[in-house]
Design a binder for this molecule. Structure first.
Ligand SMILES: Cc1cc2nc3c(=O)[nH]c(=O)nc-3n(C[C@H](O)[C@H](O)[C@H](O)COP(=O)(O)OP(=O)(O)OC[C@H]3O[C@@H](n4cnc5c(N)ncnc54)[C@H](O)[C@@H]3O)c2cc1C
Length: 446
């Protein structure tokens, strides 16, 4: 089919979902996927579309008290092929939605191949198309030629490669009777960071915990050199007992108010200190500064909860280590996922900086819907920010800090906060009820 109306590059989760949404709207789609033409990414194993590269789980399917479960529900309401095939190939997994990965990928491939509006071409694309409506959905392992072309089009520093990510904590799970707001040396507004002080004994125990904690294993393709500016904390800890105390855990310039006295009215500098930096516009999520790590997730939770003030920390994202390619979406993309400098090109999936199968598919769904509306001469408003779709999209296209932008799972912290004091379980129900109420009228407009 040479008369396609839009070209989608990448037949992973996002590209497949975008193609489906467009085709269902009556748009003719060309879908280019390099697997099946002799190329393979370092993590894929098959030629199937929407192959799951690691676990087989779409995580919680609980739409009442879990943000990813809510996202499932919203995607189903929008006719998602990923959710339809996921449901069809479901395997028992408690309250999670886990799938038979081969049946799932085969199902998506067959549905797209059978669709009269979709032509699947097995080819690697090495350049951003100069013209024509295009969706780039080539994922975290975008082939190098295209990655270079994207880098050239988005500016020298726009393509971010990283080796390790730091955990993110829900603000309302930090004990502010122990932690305090202050920037080091009172710079800026003077209170930009949340600080958690450690005594000498607490620091030494924490350091030992880093050395002893179970680390994630490297896969061959993950074995890239560390950037000095993004060194995992356990690697720093191995360099010496004080390395962290002179690095991300330094206490200088910070006055712990709990130690205030006549001599030090603002408090004394702690032996060591952990700082958290605001991670989203609404201030519901805070990033532990410099705490990129390859500790296993359970080890991270156990160790980070030994930090005073974080005893009950809830994590929106834990640290991790893998090679990844994503663009600085908050500054590069408009509200409908178009590259501002070249609006014929949209981005979708993990390359936009969302994280996870479901999130990548959700952003593919929205990219497909926005592109279909554009082709059909309609305007489509972004989903309301109270919904999981709208919250995720808003984070990617402007809510997140561009300078410190890192891949993100959907979570309630991306939504406008629910005011007032309520029990955590009740608050989750309130988030999801509010999301459903907001989604319903929006659905009638799309
Ligand atoms: C090693 C690894 C493990 C992961 N484990 C999990 C997990 O357990 N759970 C989870 O939720 N998420 C996981 N993720 C994140 C996961 O990659 C994404 O959630 C999801 O696969 C991203 O979807 P996507 O469509 O953006 O990219 P992908 O699914 O990767 O799809 C991109 C597609 O583009 C194709 N492509 C790339 N370059 C080109 C090109 N130049 N021309 C043509 N085609 C091209 C690729 O072959 C691929 O099919 C993992 C990621 C990695 C890298």
């Amino acid at each position: 089919m040479s008369n396609h109306q839009i070209h989608i590059i990448g037949g992973g989760l996002a590209g497949s979902e975008a193609a489906w949404q467009l085709a269902q709207a009556g748009i003719r789609v060309k879908l280019s996927e390099m697997r099946g033409s002799g190329d393979m990414t370092p993590a894929h194993h098959t030629d199937g579309l929407a192959e799951l590269v690691c676990s087989n789980s779409f995580r919680s399917d609980d739409a009442n008290s879990n943000a990813v479960g809510l996202l499932h529900q919203e995607m189903r309401a929008l006719g998602s092929i990923i959710m339809a095939q996921g449901d069809l190939h479901k395997v028992p997994a408690g309250s999670a939605l886990a799938v038979d990965r081969d049946g799932f990928s085969d199902g998506v491939t067959a549905a797209l191949a059978a669709h009269p509006n979709i032509t699947i071409v097995r080819e690697r694309v090495d350049q951003l198309p100069a013209e024509g409506l295009t969706i780039i959905a080539t994922g975290p392992l975008t082939a190098p030629g295209l990655a270079d072309s994207i880098g050239a089009a988005t500016g020298k520093d726009a393509l971010a490669f990283f080796d390790a990510i730091a955990p993110i904590v829900h603000r309302d799970s930090i004990d502010m009777d122990i932690a305090w707001f202050q920037s080091r040396w009172n710079k800026g507004d003077g209170h930009d960071y949340i600080n958690c002080a450690l005594s000498k004994d607490q620091y030494l125990a924490f350091h030992q915990g880093l050395l002893d904690g179970e680390k994630a294993e490297f896969k061959q393709w993950e074995n890239v050199p560390y950037f000095e500016g993004c060194m995992p904390i356990e690697v720093m800890a191995e360099r010496g007992v004080d390395t962290l105390r002179y690095g991300p855990m330094k206490g200088v310039g910070l006055d712990d108010p709990r130690t205030a006295s006549a001599e030090f009215p603002n408090g004394r500098w702690p032996y060591a200190c952990v700082q958290l930096r605001q991670d989203n516009a609404t201030g519901t999520l805070w990033n532990i500064v410099g705490f990129q790590t390859k500790l296993k997730h359970a080890a991270q939770v156990a160790l980070f909860r030994t930090i005073p003030g974080l005893e009950n920390a809830e994590f929106a994202r834990l640290g991790g280590l893998h090679r990844n390619t994503f663009i600085r979406s908050p500054e590069l993309l408009d509200a409908t996922l178009r590259l501002k400098s070249r609006p014929n090109i949209r981005f979708a999936g993990q390359i936009t900086g969302c994280e996870g199968y479901v999130e990548s598919s959700a952003i593919g769904l929205l990219a497909g819907r926005f592109a279909a509306a554009e082709i059909l001469g309609r305007t489509m408003a972004p989903p309301p920010v109270e919904t999981a779709l709208g919250a995720l999209l808003g984070h990617i296209t402007g809510g997140a800090e561009a300078e410190t932008y890192q891949p993100m799972n959907v979570n309630f912290g991306l939504m406008p906060p629910i005011e007032g004091r309520t029990k955590k379980a009740d608050r989750k129900l309130m988030y999801t009820a509010r999301a459903r109420a907001a989604l319903e009228p929006w659905l009638e407009t799309v």
